[in-house]
Design a protein around this ligand. Structure first.
Ligand code: NAD
Ligand code: GLY
Length: 359
């Protein structure tokens, strides 16, 4: 079985990537004898839940469906899982298994992190975004009225099973959204992968299995390596947030309805590249390559429906504010990113003005 590993000492775990894996018993052998709380959504459950359940080892399996969508990534939704766990008298050896996209993974992971001070957690991601990013690395959490992912915990999964066949049913818009995170990996540390994406983005959009499998694997390799070196984002892991400070502000300014997370990140990547060029760090031609690839992936590079003032306001409560200074991930080259609070405020203003509506 093709396997990658996230190396974190006692919290290490495998990432299985391949077609049909969620229907194979071998994928879930490590859960033998355990109670499982299988968490999914009304969209994903009819497609995959019974096949996955049939592949689980014999034992008690409780199902919980959470409402779909970013608007439900809340403490109240996590609370519903705690109610189910308590009502079913689940003990500390229960395994919470998330079947679905990043929303269900983040909420179920957070519920697992808190239930009885932490129970085991397995990710079975079914969106491209979740397979390349959110299911790996142990960031779990929920949104708060005050901002995105403001309440959460680091809680690594014990196992990630990425069944690439599940992407066959993913709506095209969601597939495109996942490509934003894939492009991000090339930008932060792998110029060759970025160039491969430029050449093969059409194959990814056409869902060619070989192209998708390569992009997922390379993305997970990069993420696993970064998380292995910096689990709690003391330094390098912050680079994985390239485009996300803009992206989270875009999501919040659009009330989490106008833009999918990946769409907001796509525009955020274009804005981070543009700001890097404004600061004289990145060649304008390189910024143009970023903009073009984001566009080729079918993602927005501008947010003309949102005001620059609203974005600026939303960026102020970002988790990367240190001593009142907003830190941003910028680019020196395609494949080289760094975190800095040292950029001219006017350059940021010009970037916001160029990508959003005037105040
Ligand atoms: P999502 O979870 O909302 O899923 C998108 C939609 O696709 C949902 O309606 C879902 O029901 C549907 N869906 C899922 N799989 C499907 C399939 N195979 N076939 C048909 N429909 C399917 O969105 P997402 O893009 O997966 O995740 C976005 C979330 O992930 C955001 O909340 C973001 O903050 C979070 N995220 C977390 C991390 C992390 O490290 N924890 C990283 C990146 C993003
Ligand atoms: N998605 C950013 C991270 O996992 O750190």
């Amino acid at each position: 079985m093709p396997t990658l590993h996230v190396d974190l000492g006692p919290r290490s775990y495998p990432i299985l990537i391949g077609a049909g894996l969620m229907t194979q018993r071998e994928s879930f052998q490590s859960l033998a004898g355990r109670d499982v709380l299988l968490v999914s959504t009304p969209t994903v459950a009819p497609l995959y839940l019974s096949a996955l359940r049939a592949a689980l080892p014999a034992g008690r399996c409780i199902e919980a469906l959470l409402p779909d969508g970013e608007a439900h990534k809340t403490l109240a939704t996590a609370g519903r899982l705690w109610e189910v766990l308590i009502a079913n008298r689940c003990a500390r050896d229960v395994v919470v298994l998330a079947l679905g996209g990043g929303v269900v993974g983040d909420v179920a992971g957070f519920a697992a992190a808190c239930y009885q001070r932490g129970v085991d957690f397995v990710q079975v991601p079914t969106t491209l975004l979740a397979q390349v990013d959110s299911a790996v690395g142990g960031k779990t959490g929920v949104n708060h009225g005050g901002g995105k992912n403001l309440v959460g915990a680091f809680h690594q999964p014990r196992l990630v099973v990425s069944d690439t066949r599940s992407l066959e049913t993913l709506p095209a818009r969601e597939l495109r959204a996942g490509l934003a995170e894939v492009i991000k990996y090339g930008l932060i540390c792998d110029a060759d992968f970025f160039a491969w994406l430029e050449a093969h983005v059409g194959r990814l959009l056409a869902r060619e299995p070989d192209a998708l499998a390569y992009a997922i694997r390379r993305s997970c390799e990069i993420k696993a390596a970064v998380v292995g070196r910096d689990e709690r984002e003391a330094g390098e892991r912050a680079l994985l947030n390239l485009g996300h400070t803009f992206g989270h502000a875009i999501e919040a300014a659009g009330d989490f309805r106008s833009y999918l997370h990946g769409e907001a990140v796509g525009a955020g990547l274009a804005m981070a590249a543009s700001l890097s060029a404004e600061c004289g760090l990145l060649e304008p031609t390189a910024a143009e390559r970023v903009r073009r690839l984001v566009q080729l992936a079918g993602l927005p590079v501008q947010v003309p429906d949102l005001s620059a003032a609203r974005l600026r306001e939303a960026m102020r409560i970002d988790k990367k504010v240190r001593a009142g200074q907003l830190q941003l991930v910028l680019l020196r080259r395609i494949g080289t990113a760094f975190l800095t609070a040292d950029y001219p405020a006017e350059a940021l203003e010009r970037t916001l003005a160029a990508h959003a509506a005037p105040a």
